[in-house]
Design a protein around this ligand. Structure first.
Ligand SMILES: [Zn+2]
Ligand SMILES: [Zn+2]
Length: 107
């Protein structure tokens, strides 16, 4: 990697925000890519939900799936469509995707 401004070879620089490549002349680079981000993005798209390795990144709530026994689920709030209907939530299993409707309101 070279500086976009002066062409100098970029050098790794350690800051309190992390480590990235920086121009020795102090020119800011249009794209600052940390080493860890580079590894992640080259292996797989980071923002694909529900595909990657079978685990849902949104499934962070403690809930035992009735189907497969996985203990993390995604919480989905479902707003009432009719005024006489209570709001309810669904717990969607982060592993198999099984969604379970929970009675009652949240909190
Ligand atoms: Zn430079
Ligand atoms: Zn499950």
């Amino acid at each position: 990697m070279f500086c976009k401004t002066c062409g100098s070879l970029l050098q790794p620089r350690q800051t309190e925000y992390g480590k990235w490549m920086s121009c020795p002349q102090g020119h800011s680079q249009p794209k600052i890519v940390t080493s860890s981000d580079t590894i992640v993005s080259s292996n797989k798209p980071s923002q694909v939900i529900g595909i990657s390795d079978g685990k849902n990144p949104l499934a962070v709530h403690d809930h035992i799936c009735k189907k497969c026994g996985h203990d993390k689920a995604e919480l989905i709030e479902v707003a009432p469509f009719y005024s006489d209907e209570d709001q309810f939530i669904r717990m969607k299993c982060g592993k198999c995707g099984f969604a379970e409707k929970l009675e009652g309101r949240i909190g």
